[in-house]
Each structure stands twice: as structure tokens, then as C-alpha cells.
Design a protein around this ligand. Structure first.
Ligand code: BUP
Length: 473
């Protein structure tokens, strides 16, 4: 008899940080011959997202079927005008959830597994329970962050208040069972601690409880990077009854992601500039795709980079979403500072091929917001990291990185969205990262471990092949 077709459906949510791991996970299944249905919430928030989905689908024309999930907009009178567009998209997807089951139940090939983004758990669980296949989430952050989310329901339940509130039950620090170092209150995503009730708090609390209903969690991490957290989660120390947490990381960047499909194309001048720089001499700076750097910070960022004495490649975002208009960097910096910037480095405002940059031998360190995809991509290339958290989970990911020994975290800088850090301090930290030999050695060792985890017979292959066998039964 012919082999059964293993058919996996995936549903991402908003933003590149959530889309990239979803597509890379899909590619892991495609590598082993699975058929994939990719459900695209339409419209996407950014152009970068829609472009990437198109490249993915055209790269696998026979194995991937793309289905539009046309979202129903929220009533604008109920939406705060200053809402983060990515968070608004999470809400819109949840609001359109009744349209998902008809999509999933009408697929022509029966599903073997359904995998969706962690930010949708509480909305999707009731739908996935009706499916005749196991369902999983992919969690686009660190195992340390997953542990925090899983544990908050335990904390809430141990609070004697009638309606326990995170600002009270979090205390000064959260000591998760099985963890050597606690998560301090100042590292917790600020929206979770706000007084009153907000949709983010409600979502996290609901998700925390619903985790127990899943068949498993995929996470972009691996033993050598986050052994303690993965162990605590899988040994039932964090929460008893949690489903298996599959550390399938680091999820490798794939060929379809390359804007120029293997050519140097629009990245060419950046790569040519890197080619001219000495090995390990360049500082790469990018504070992620979801946070615009405040104008007040841009000047000090430029001053800090110049004062560090290193050459730099600075990806600067002056707007939150790539569909918005923006002003020029020169308008913010002034022509004198701009020409000093140009003497020592290059500044890019477009979305770049980050993996190509991180993989270039000239890059010797990365100043990052601590987004988990950026972190794992950097680990993959063995580049030392300096984290500067901007929002959300990025202090918790920074803790994870500091503990692993491959990066330093400027925790005295607080949240990047709240405080302006002076150029002098930025220069000092950059020098600390670039000259730290033990960081470089550790990053090199972690790179080796990452290659092993993703290689033949490594943890990633073992997990994926094991699940495929299980789904065939
Ligand atoms: Br900016 C930028 N090119 O120019 P994170 C980002 N990326 O390839 P985020 C580029 O987007 P969260 C660019 O390689 C990574 O895979 C980058 O994800 C890629 O941060 C992804 O690092 C960004 O997780 O999300 O998007 O700010 O808020 O979830 O941290």
C-alpha cells in the first residue's frame, strides 16, 4: 500500500516575528515530504509579510496550498486610535475565528495536524477540539517566556483575592519551579502589570489555562540554549499536565526567504560594503520590525555608534509599519551628524535580509532588541549579542540570552520605548560586546551546538520525524 499523506495546516498571526517561525516550521515538515496548507489572514499588516508568504508559496508550488482567511474588520468605534497595529490584527483574527472551522473542515485531504500561533490559543482551542487531528501551537519566543505564561495561572490560583490581578500576584519576582534565576517584576511585559483590566492581560491569563488542552507546543529553542527551561517544562515542574514542548530550534532560515532568491539584488550594495570590512569588525544594529526607534533616541544612537569606533551597519526604523510614510534620516540627524555617520557606517531604512548580514564574516556583534527570531538567527551564526529590549517579552528573552552566555544585556537602560540612552553609554556597551572574548568563544560553541541540533540525527530531525510517524498511525 502507498504511504499515507501527512498533511499539516498552519495558521500564523501578525508580524514578521510571528510569520518567520511559522514558515520555517512549515519548511521543516516540507523537507520530510509532508503536504502543507498555509492559511493566510488577509489583509496582512505589513508588506514584508505578504511578500514573504508569496515567496514561500511560489517556492513550493506542488507541496503547499495557500488559503485566504479573509478577516472581518473590528468595529472602528470600539478600537482605540493608538492601538498597536499588530495587536489589533491579533484581535481581528480572533474576532473572525468563526470563519476558520469551515476552512479547516473543507480541506480536500484529511489533516494530520493543525499548528497555529500561540497568540490565538484561547480563540482556536474550541475549534481545534472539533477537528479529527491533534493540534499544536508554535510559540515564537523563548522557553523562559513560555514557562512564565504557563505559570501565571498557577500564581493567580494561589492568590486568595476574589479576582486576582497580575499587578498583585506577580510580586517582586516570579520564581518558576525548576528555574535557578527568577523572572523579576521589571522584566514582565509592562501591559501585563497595568492596573485595571486590558485585553492583553485577559489573553495571557486565558492562554495560560488553555495550554493544557493542546497536544503539544513547538518552540524555536534547543537543549544547549535553554536546557533548564525546556527540562522544567517537559518534566512537569513548571505546571503539571502541560503537553510536550518540542524544542525544534534553531529554526533555520530557508532559501525562499531571500529577497533576491540567491542573487545579491537589492542587498548587493550592503553586502559589497561588508565585503570591504575586516573580519569581525562591524557592529550590526537592528531593533526589530515592530518598534520604531523614537526620534529622541536616534541622535544618541548615531553618536554612540560613532564614538564606539567600530564600523556599523544600522537598520533604522522610523515608522511602525512599512506601509506608512516616513521622513528621511537626515531630517532627524541633521546634515553634519549624517555625514559623520556615513564616514563610519551604513544606514538602511528598508527591510533587509538579516540572515545574510548575520552570516557575513565582517559582522562581529549585533545590537538587537532581543526579538527571539533575531536571537536564534544570531546564535545560528555564532555572533555575540547586546540586547536592548524595546517591548513585550524582550527583557525575558534578554535574561535567557544572558544566562546562555552568548550575549550581554544592558538592563540598566530599561525599556527602549521609555528612556533615552545617551550616546556615551551606548558606545561603552558596544565596546564591551565587541571586545569580550568569552562571549565570542561561547557564541562559537553555541553555533556548533545549533548546527548539531539541526543536522542529521539532531534533535530537530528526531522530533519532526517522530511526529510524522505518530501522525501516520
Ligand atoms: Br527589522 C528586520 N529584516 O530588516 P524578531 C527583521 N527581519 O529579515 P520582531 C529581517 O524579521 P517581536 C529586517 O530576521 C526576524 O526573523 C528577522 O523577528 C526578520 O523581532 C524577524 O526578531 C523579526 O522576533 O518581533 O519582528 O520585532 O516583536 O515578536 O520580537
Amino acid at each position: 500500500a502507498s504511504e499515507p499523506v501527512v498533511h499539516v495546516a498552519l495558521l500564523p498571526s501578525a508580524g514578521m516575528g510571528h510569520l518567520n517561525p511559522c514558515l520555517r516550521l512549515a519548511a521543516s515538515f516540507l523537507r520530510y515530504g509532508c503536504k502543507v496548507t498555509f492559511i493566510t489572514p488577509i489583509p496582512t499588516v505589513s508588506i514584508a509579510e505578504s511578500n514573504l508568504i508569496s515567496r514561500f508559496c511560489s517556492f513550493f508550488p506542488h507541496q503547499v496550498t495557500q488559503i485566504d482567511f479573509n478577516l472581518i474588520p473590528l468595529d472602528p468605534t470600539t478600537v482605540a486610535t493608538n492601538i498597536d497595529p499588530f495587536f489589533l490584527q491579533f484581535q481581528t483574527i480572533r474576532h473572525s475565528m468563526h470563519l476558520l472551522y469551515p476552512i479547516l473542515s473543507s480541506l480536500s485531504t484529511p489533516l494530520s495536524a493543525f499548528i497555529y500561533n500561540a497568540s490565538l490559543i484561547s480563540a482556536v482551542v474550541t475549534i481545534s477540539e472539533k477537528l479529527l487531528c491533534p493540534s499544536y501551537i508554535y510559540f515564537p519566543s523563548a522557553a523562559r517566556m513560555l514557562s512564565f505564561i504557563a505559570y501565571v495561572a498557577v500564581l493567580a490560583d494561589s492568590d486568595s483575592a476574589a479576582q486576582p490581578h497580575p499587578s498583585t500576584f506577580i510580586g517582586d519576582a516570579v520564581q518558576i519551579p525548576g528555574f535557578t534565576s527568577p523572572i523579576t517584576r521589571s522584566s514582565v511585559p509592562p501591559a501585563f502589570l497595568l492596573q485595571g483590566s486590558n485585553s492583553f492581560q485577559r489573553m495571557i491569563m486565558e492562554d495560560s489555562r488553555k495550554l493544557l488542552k493542546l497536544d503539544g507546543v513547538f518552540i524555536n529553542s534547543f537543549e544547549e540554549l535553554e536546557g533548564e527551561a525546556l527540562g522544567a517544562l517537559n518534566e512537569g515542574k513548571v505546571v503539571r499536565g502541560l503537553p510536550p514542548v518540542y524544542g525544534i530550534g534553531p529554526l533555520m532560515a530557508c532559501e525562499f526567504e531571500s529577497v533576491d532568491q540567491g542573487q545579491r539584488g537589492s542587498m548587493s550594495w550592503i553586502l559589497e560594503w561588508l565585503d570591504e570590512q575586516a573580519e569581525g569588525s562591524v557592529v550590526y544594529v537592528s531593533l526589530g520590525s515592530r518598534t520604531e526607534t523614537r526620534k529622541e533616541q536616534i541622535k544618541d544612537m548615531a553618536l554612540g555608534l560613532i564614538e564606539s569606533g567600530y564600523s556599523f551597519l544600522w537598520v533604522v526604523k522610523l515608522k511602525k509599519v512599512d506601509r506608512e510614510e516616513e521622513e528621511g534620516l537626515e531630517d532627524v540627524l541633521g546634515s553634519e551628524l549624517m555625514s559623520k555617520v556615513r564616514e563610519k557606517g551604513v544606514v538602511v531604512k528598508e527591510f533587509v535580509d538579516q540572515m545574510k548580514i548575520l552570516g557575513h564574516p565582517a559582522v562581529g556583534g549585533f545590537v538587537s532588541h532581543g526579538g527571539w527570531n533575531s536571537i536564534t538567527e544570531t546564535v545560528w551564526e555564532g555572533v555575540p549579542i547586546l540586547t536592548w529590549p524595546q517591548i513585550g517579552d524582550q527583557k525575558i528573552t534578554s535574561e535567557a540570552i544572558r544566562m546562555s552566555g552568548v550575549g550581554i544585556w544592558a538592563d540598566e537602560w530599561g525599556w527602549g520605548t521609555e528612556k533615552v540612552v545617551k550616546g556615551k553609554e551606548i558606545a561603552k556597551k558596544i565596546k564591551e560586546m565587541m571586545s569580550n572574548e568569552s562571549l565570542r568563544v561561547k557564541a562559537g560553541e553555541m553555533k556548533e551546538a545549533a548546527k548539531k541540533a539541526c543536522g542529521v540525527g539532531g534533535s530537530c530531525e528526531v522530533i519532526i520525524k517522530g511526529l510524522i510517524e505518530e501522525w501516520k498511525r
